[in-house]
Design a protein around this ligand. Structure first.
Ligand code: NAD
Length: 252
């Protein structure tokens, strides 16, 4: 009973911040897609408890032993992402954009669920795993096409030139797109409300965006199940699930 009252009060406060805002930038991480069934890296059900990120998410390891990544893709990444649907939290953010309040959605996610949920102005800092490119001829393939190739050939090669294939995501050890990062920094500077949803806020340089927003005068709100290193500087922190926090926040 007490918990329910506290949750209602938090939702009311969150809504008041949103109603008072003129320009909102949202920054999302793996936590927002957890309720769509895609495991996070960190947190209780995180992938890091089972798979070694030094192997499946590291560019040097990928180039040395691509089969490790492609086995992970075949067994885990593809089945989870191909079957995932956007959830209520993705929908609430798409609604905020339609109302003209949310100007820019910055995501660390590589699952494409924001776009499937109706968001348009999305900056994907770490790329999108649904797109797979040949490192030699740069031809692009869909996730489904490459999953089909994997039944015959692992690691897969480009059907056109036999070059190695790589998902269009930023691995540890690779640089983010300068253009995307510059636009994300600008959107963090220009907003008056910066909302973090479902990120552990430990991966740099993405995790510096809330601080940039704060330094430029924005209100910063963090919605994440577990504590983050930036909780202390935020104006409001909700340690709860993304959907329950965002349900009912859009203006009627
Ligand atoms: P992270 O795994 O480091 O942290 C996720 C956070 O989400 C955790 O702190 C956890 O407490 C929180 N969380 C879990 N369930 C939640 C829920 N229902 N509601 C709210 N919060 C919840 O993720 P990150 O900060 O995005 O950063 C790490 C990297 O993970 C990024 O580079 C991203 O590309 C990659 N990643 C992406 C996906 C995806 O695209 N869905 C999945 C796994 C990892």
């Amino acid at each position: 009973m007490k918990d329910a009252r506290m949750r209602n009060e938090q939702t009311d406060t969150l809504k008041q911040y949103i109603d008072a805002a003129a320009s909102i930038t949202v920054f999302t991480g793996a936590g927002i897609s957890a309720e769509s069934g895609i495991p996070t890296y960190r947190g209780d059900d995180g992938l890091w408890n089972t798979y070694d990120p030094a192997k499946f998410a590291d560019i040097d390891y990928f180039l040395k032993d691509p089969a490790y990544y492609w086995n992970f893709f075949k067994d885990i990444r593809y089945p989870f992402i191909a079957s995932a649907e956007p959830n209520m939290a993705h929908a609430a953010l798409a609604d905020l954009e339609k109302q003209g309040l949310l100007k820019c959605l910055i995501t660390q996610n590589i699952d494409g669920l924001h776009q499937l949920g109706g968001s348009r102005n999305v900056l994907e800092l770490h790329g999108n795993t649904r797109h797979i490119k040949c490192l030699t001829c740069r031809l692009e393939y869909s996730m489904d096409e490459v999953f089909g190739i994997l039944a015959e050939q692992l690691p897969p090669v480009c059907p056109a030139c036999r070059g190695p294939l790589k998902p269009d995501v930023v691995f540890f050890g690779e640089s983010l797109s300068r253009d995307v990062l510059d636009r994300a920094v600008k959107a963090s500077r220009d907003c008056d409300l910066f909302l973090v949803v479902g990120s552990s806020l430990v991966v740099q340089p993405a995790a510096s965006l809330p601080t940039i927003a704060k330094q430029n005068g924005a209100i910063v709100i963090i919605i994440n199940k577990d504590p983050t290193p930036l909780d202390g500087m935020a104006d409001m922190v909700l340690h709860t699930g993304a959907s329950s926090a965002l349900a009912g926040i859009t203006r009627q």
